[in-house]
Design a binder for this molecule. Structure first.
Ligand code: NAD
Length: 364
């Protein structure tokens, strides 16, 4: 049971919405903050104090953070490759959010501060082949991150570190690797690969087109983390004593073609693939090396891609059928763990989900 005042910035977005619900399920008092109008939030829960604030503004941050014991910063102007490759300045402006939230957290003597960083902090030169062995935390330096978005994340990580060292603010940083799941962005240009592929397969099935466009040659590799693993890892890391950035991602690496295979199998269709080699593709190969998180937390994300995609596909199917943009909705939360596993695979075995409350760690 958490009995303090917790601020979640970016609560109207994909991961923030899931985090808020997870905290509320533990009876934690949550102030949920986003700059979007409330009716545009991906999820909105009336148990939280829901507030519309722009936390790139210092005074708004002071107002948001007053009285808070913990702050989770998941607010950023971001999206998939199509967005971040074409909006570098907008991505970098998110530096104002973390800077001002840190300043306000320091002033209000917040006990814990969490920052959502990204695998985009890793240098291109470590991700130029599909057979990526997994990115280790130390690989972030010498720095040459994704232009725009990645530089902002790396700089903001660094600022968290120095607010800890110089001002005694306890900061925690996770480098998220490709998070997906229900209530994520699935249309409009900011969506990421799993949601985009699910949507395209649903649309092809409904229209009878039997074709799908894939960005790049489909042989680029990635790993994808289901949102329940992300929320659990975020909460466990925030409650831990680990003050260095940790990877929070799956080590189940697949090619984009293999990702499409799985979605097609779930949907029960086979589509003709056309490859758009001019579309934004990102790095050639990326996966998460989970050695450090396994050592330090005794846990790593383990919900299989197949299991997570089944839930995600079903949700996007309903959204497309409903003919709407993402809308606030409530769904049951599931958290899952299995024994740590390290491999490159197209795994299709079912996961064994278990409830958050039976986990052996302190979860904040
Ligand atoms: P999202 O876009 O769904 O949510 C971000 C939310 O932040 C949005 O609702 C947006 O309105 C809000 N926001 C932006 N600027 C704001 C401001 N000035 N004031 C208040 N709210 C503001 O993104 P997400 O997928 O939920 O990602 C959450 C965090 O995790 C982000 O920091 C993102 O960079 C990071 N991350 C996500 C992924 C992923 O795969 N989704 C991967 C790596 C890192």
């Amino acid at each position: 049971m958490v009995d303090e005042r917790i601020v979640v910035a970016g609560a109207g977005g994909f991961i923030g919405g899931h985090l808020v619900r997870s905290l509320l399920d533990e009876q934690a008092p949550v102030v949920a903050i986003d700059m979007k109008p409330l009716d545009e939030w991906h999820q909105r829960d009336s148990r939280a104090e829901n507030r519309r604030l722009d936390v790139s503004d210092l005074d708004a941050c002071r107002e948001a953070v007053a009285g808070a014991t913990r702050v989770f910063n998941l607010a950023a102007d971001m999206g998939g490759m199509g967005f971040i490759e074409n909006n570098k300045a907008l991505c970098m402006l998110s530096v104002l959010i973390n800077t001002h939230l840190l300043m306000a957290a320091r002033e209000h003597q917040v006990e814990r501060y969490f920052f959502a960083s990204s695998a985009c902090v890793y240098p291109d030169y470590r991700q130029d082949t599909p057979d990526n062995p997994g990115l280790r935390e130390a690989d972030a330096y010498p720095a040459m991150p994704e232009d725009g978005y990645g530089w902002e994340k790396l700089f903001s990580e660094r600022m968290c570190r120095h607010f800890g060292e110089d001002f005694g603010l306890a900061t925690r940083v996770a480098r998220y690797h490709n998070v997906y799941g229900p209530h994520g962005t699935w249309t409009g240009g900011r969506e990421k690969a799993p949601a985009a592929i699910c949507r395209k397969v649903v649309e092809a099935k409904r229209s009878g087109a039997r074709e799908i466009e894939i960005w790049g040659d489909g042989e680029q590799t990635r790993s994808f983390m289901y949102v329940d693993d992300c929320v659990l890892g975020t909460r466990v890391l925030t409650g831990s004593e680990i003050d260095e950035p940790l990877n929070l991602g799956s080590s189940e690496m697949v090619t984009i073609n293999e990702l499409v295979d799985i979605v097609e199998e779930i949907a029960g269709v086979r589509l003709v693939r056309s490859y758009n080699l001019d579309a934004p593709k990102g790095v050639r190969g990326r996966s998460s090396d989970n050695t450090l998180i396994s050592e330090r937390l005794g846990w790593e994300p383990s919900i299989t891609l197949r299991d997570g995609l089944e839930r995600t596909y079903a949700w996007i199917h309903d959204e497309v059928a409903g003919g709407s943009a993402p809308r606030p909705r409530v769904e049951a939360s599931v958290s899952g763990v299995r024994a740590p596993r390290r491999r490159r695979s197209t795994a299709t075995s079912p996961g064994s989900f278990i409830k958050l409350r039976v986990l052996p760690w302190r979860v904040w």
